[in-house]
Design a protein around this ligand. Sequence first.
Ligand SMILES: [Zn+2]
Length: 258
Amino acid sequence: MTRIPTPAQYLLRIDDLCPTVHAGRWTRLRAIIDEFKIQPILAIVPDNHDPDLDASPPDPAFWNQMPSMQSAGAAIALHGLNHICDVQGKSLIPLLRTSEFAGAPLDVQRHRIARGLAILRSYGLAPKLFVAPRHGFDRNTLLALREQGIRYISDGFARVPFVRHGVTWIPMQLWSPVARASGLWTLCIHPNTADDASIECLRRFLRVHAQHFTSFDRVILEFDGVSSSIRERAYEIASAARVAIRRRINCLQRQGES
Ligand SMILES: [Zn+2]
């Protein structure tokens, strides 16, 4: 059985990276990554069509920057193909109703994954894992990933990685820095919406916890490749329910405020 790390370990994941990522905020985040020598997961949209991710004019240096961050230890993740979430279907992480993958026919999913991987590789990148836009993926997504040699995803609410449907899940449970006593915790940051206060909050957290940040490569080296224990599966189901309820409450509060 996989040991639950004590003290806690953390992974930093940066989402929605593409040439039009918010220039100022991404520059500040990169400075923090350098300062604390963090080896993050970089979730890159290979061919962005999502206007919500057009936060700055396209940066001509972007596709040179990614391979140098990869050389410094960052793990490259495929974050969809176009980031257009117009498919309705049930995801294995049922937080949102639409996504780019969950519910799409297998051939469509195969094409999106193959095309996305080819684009990233054409820029000298070696994608190692998949990060589903809006947590939307189903068994066909995992099948298409396996067929194309991608055997890791970043998602799920357990405290340790586990194997399910032939793929290793590295859990992703935090959207802002929170200290934990034990377990492996992936902290996901969206540069387009990370304002000054949240970037400062991340810096303060790293001042205390930087030595407990690990990397994708270390995690998969230390993971013993087993399925979840019954206890861990129960923890995961309870955590997923808590996250879903919290998101629902936040959504109702926003509707009440508007
Ligand atoms: Zn995204």
